[in-house]
Design a protein around this ligand. Sequence first.
Ligand code: FUL
Length: 735
Amino acid sequence: MKKIILLIFILPLIIFSQNKSNIVFINQNDTPTEIIYKAANVIPAKHQYEWQRLELTAFIHFGMNTFMGLEWGRKDFDLSIFNPVSINTDHWVKILKDAGFKLIILTAKHHDGFCLWPSKYTDYDIENTPYKNGKGDIVKELAESCRKEGVKFGIYLSPWDMHEKTYGTDDYNKYFRNQLRELLTNYGKISEVWFDGACGEGENGKKQIYDWNSYYKLIRELQPDCIITNMGPDVRWVGTESGYGRKTEWSVLPGNISDTDLIAAASQQKVLDGAFIPRDLTEDDLGSREKIFKAKSLIWYPAEIDVSIRPRWFYHKEDDNLVKSPEKLFDIYFNSVGLNGVLLLNVPPNKGGLIVEKDIISLNGFRYLIENTFDKNLATGTVTNISSEKQGNEADLILDNNNETFWTTNGSDSTAVTVISLDTVRTFNCAMLQENILEGQRIEKFLLEYWNKNHWEKFAEGTTVGYKRLFKFNPVTTSRIRIIIEQSRTNPTLSNFGLYLSPPSISFSPPSSTFKDSIEVNIDCDIPDSKIYYTLDGSLPDSNSMHYNGKIFIDSTTIITAIAHSPNGKKSLPVSAKYYKAKYEIVSLTEYSSVYTGGGKYALINGVHGSNYFKDGNWQGYHGNNLEIVLDFIENKRIRKISASFLKDINAYIFLPDSVTFYLSEDGINFIKLGSKKPIDTGEDKAEIQTVSINTDDINCRYIKIEAKNIRFCPEGHIGKGSKAWLFADEITVE
Ligand code: FUL
């Protein structure tokens, strides 16, 4: 009863005392127009606004998993293996800062429960490892390195804890708060706390009921400006781990605030900071009119978009060839920061404690592309044909590169049009729009057009803009642009508009692949009239290298490395493609999966071996069926030994073959069985490769056949029991 009286007292105070807030409440009898007005005036709290402007934030996954080659560790690691002898957190910070990252979040504790700092509340921590004879503290080292470089520091503290004995009981909430307190009091300013949503079983087989509100309360008390992310009230998880956000990304969402949060926040006399109950926010539509009309409250709740620079969160040597290229990171930037989000890019150090060269090269390349794209805004000129503008918020403010000055319309105009007459004819392939989110997020539909000789032509269109909206398209040359805002929640605001030209980018067709006799390769560049130079020996090309002017003909295993120089003097990054010549002819092969092709038909005989990571692109997968392959050496060959390798990764439903049978033939019709082998299963649940071989006593023959029998269904005792089993094969070698 007391709560209800308080609520009745507080609600009007919040709604009517402030025109803008990061939470508003919808009354039952609010009309759609009133709800839209309220939505248009939900704005970020100060710490949310500052966070949004960081744009680029980094994750560091490091811990026991790094040493064990695992992703979701175990509860009982032998701590003596943890010794990152070359660790240099100054170097981590330098690399990430140079690449443009403004905040670094460290996995102080991942799901396995191991702590990278000496915690008073557990022995399962860095004190009991050989690292610096138990005197090390990686949280401290990184916090200090960040401080020295002016980079913000954050922590990931996994609520799920496989090791802690109290997990699954209310005492664990206390344990967790104690750890939070240690981290939030002993390491200076903490700018972000990242709570993972995973809630698995602990030591005793029990799951935990997390007391989220008590965690938030403690964070607010100890670090009031700290952003609480993912399972937290300030920032939400975008819903994928791919680096790609939604094309329509609202920061204003229906809230689910509880009355206790409301009372607590109001009693602290501050803007409500979106206090909420964690829930699943992974659907496509989170903030459309339809959604907000049904809401009880609306909160500012922006998206963070996380992804790893490698296929996995922790470092695995096998992933060294799978580091995302600078071009891929650049595309991710357009689809995260450029879709009204903040990018959280994970860069995991290796066992030595070092970020490895491949990752550094990609990060530097990423920075190069950003700097050489956004170095010069080509949208300079005058604005004309303005549909309407409010005094003090004139349309020319969209060209002043200041995000807090903005153009808005007069009266109740919720549509807007303006033309930008450029100083001169410009060629560009990127565009940027920004709303001033301190006024709210409002634009719902817009269009960009250019004057093409005698008519307007569309080159980009979208729904939401928010903090930043970026586009990349084929180059456009024009002297006039038209911005049309077709729909907005009340008066739209536009604070910045930009046009840019990126460095050229190269692609190969076909892309890296394995061929039989010979192959023709085309090199394409997205900026017309660029000059392309290339090498065929793996060296870096320059303008003295071979000049590309048509197809390249290849008949042996080759790496093509190319660069492009665009007519306006911009240079691409070097890009390589690999073409492997298959060693033999394949007469027949059973059907392999269209997802795990290993690169196509010749994947098993291209000289490249799969690693123990099933997604490395080299494995050919057989889903529920057998592998049967017949190879033709074209002429008789002396053979001493035949081998075939298979992957086992039971967590990915990949099992070793039941048996592998080898055959020989002189004519490709009549095969003689050489023998059958059973792979040896070590019983380990870690991914491993098994090579099955047979000796042939120096036989002369032209054809061989290999049959690997899939176990067909996941066996008894396996979590996927009864579902189709995978057989993964890569590389057949003949000696
Ligand atoms: C997930 C975790 O389970 C992964 O291990 C990783 O930490 C990622 C960022 O979040 O939920």
